[in-house]
Design a protein around this ligand. Structure first.
Ligand code: SAM
Length: 363
């Protein structure tokens, strides 16, 4: 297929957009966080700063690809009753939307939910259906969605809905280290392509990481997983000790060595201690280093507040490149394309001068 432009909902600092632009596909992101928008503008990424719910496909008439990583806090509460209830509600709303129940009724019922953020995960579906129903617009040619593993049942419901509408879809959990990201992170991904062509998630290129298993042991058709040392310019061994998630027991804290992939990069990455093998305190990660563990270019212009959260929220550009290529039917990205993620060509911010007003945001 021929992707002209991607409209990226909940675009964050631009993990997916960096990958797309490096593949030569134009993007425009919708994002409401002022700091993430500062980073995006510093990087020269086209941005509409605002609430995704206030826009729709007709505001972005040039885009023929839809992407999104909607927030999902309300139903990721592991095992909690509230989380489960929210998930059941979301699945029910998917059915109502596909049945083309009146938008006002759906909006009204969404606003009555215990947590209004629950409805955000339905926004990409609203956009996809609106494009299908719009006589002046073609359906999105490809759809790409990404979130934490707990969202998989929602992607499953999306896939069924999109298939009914005329898409071919695939979804599943991808492990980032299996795509050459120097980090273990699991993500629920859905890709869909308009028409009845078979679409499939990207095949792994690297071996899965297993604690205690020597690097390089495993399926020899795949490359060895990447380590922190492979991508960071530190010249001696180190350990990263994570500072949370263990109920305060210091002995139980997560520990990864520089010759392993990083643990999942979260919004709290800068709280992690970095120590030498002799337990001497070393400098904690810089913005650039944390970005590199997520496969952002080393010179990515992180800006604004809470850069840790921006980095932790993002989809790793290298994974995004694999996912985009699979969604477009382009196979595996070339080495040159993957290597191009190492640096970012800073561009004029003027390129991003897109009006914030919905009625004028025809981009
Ligand atoms: C999981 S992050 C997505 C990261 C992005 N996919 C990337 O790769 O960089 C979700 C983002 O949605 C944004 N967000 C949440 N609610 C929003 C809304 N109603 N409108 C626009 N953006 C929103 C958050 O500020 C956050 O940056």
């Amino acid at each position: 297929m021929h992707p002209v432009k991607i409209v990226d909902l909940f675009a964050g600092p631009g993990g997916l957009d960096v990958a797309a632009e490096k593949l030569g596909v134009a993007t425009v992101g919708v994002e409401w966080d002022a700091s993430a928008c500062l980073t995006r503008r510093a990087a020269g990424l086209a941005t509409v700063e605002g609430d995704v719910r206030l826009y729709g496909p007709s505001d972005f008439s040039k885009a023929n690809v839809l992407a999104g990583g909607p927030p999902c806090q309300t139903f990721t509460v592991a095992g909690g009753g509230a989380g489960r209830r929210a998930l059941d509600e979301v699945l029910h709303f998917v059915k109502r939307m596909v049945a083309r129940e009146k938008q006002e009724d759906i909006k009204r019922d969404l606003s009555r939910l215990e947590d209004e953020r629950t409805g955000l995960v339905l926004e990409p579906l609203r956009w996809a259906l609106a494009a299908i129903d719009d006589e002046n617009k073609d359906p999105y040619q490809a759809i790409i969605l990404e979130q934490v593993p707990a969202v998989l049942p929602v992607w499953e419901a999306y896939a069924a809905a999109l298939e009914e509408e005329g898409y071919s879809a695939d979804f599943g959990i991808l492990r980032t280290e299996e795509y050459g990201v120097p980090q273990t992170r699991r993500r629920a991904v859905l890709i869909a392509r308009w028409g009845d062509e078979d679409v499939a998630l990207p095949s792994p290129t690297h071996q899965p990481y297993r604690k205690g298993v020597i690097r390089g042991v495993g399926d020899q058709k795949l490359e060895s997983w990447m380590t922190m040392a492979d991508v960071l310019d530190r010249h001696s061994d180190f350990f990263v000790i994570s500072n949370y998630g263990t109920g305060g027991d210091p002995k139980a804290r997560g520990r990864r060595a520089s010759w392993e992939p990083s643990a999942t990069v979260t919004g709290k990455i800068f709280r992690n201690r970095v120590v030498s093998p002799q337990d001497v305190e070393l400098e904690r990660f810089s913005f650039s280093e944390a970005g590199c563990l997520q496969t952002f270019p080393a010179n990515y212009p992180w800006s604004g507040r809470d850069v840790g959260q921006q980095i932790g929220n993002a989809v790793p550009p290298r994974l995004a490149m694999h996912v985009l290529c699979a969604a477009f039917g382009w196979g595996t990205p070339s080495d040159d394309q993957l290597q191009s993620l190492k640096t970012w060509e800073l561009r004029e911010a003027s390129e991003t001068a897109i009006p914030h007003n919905a009625s004028q945001a025809n981009v």
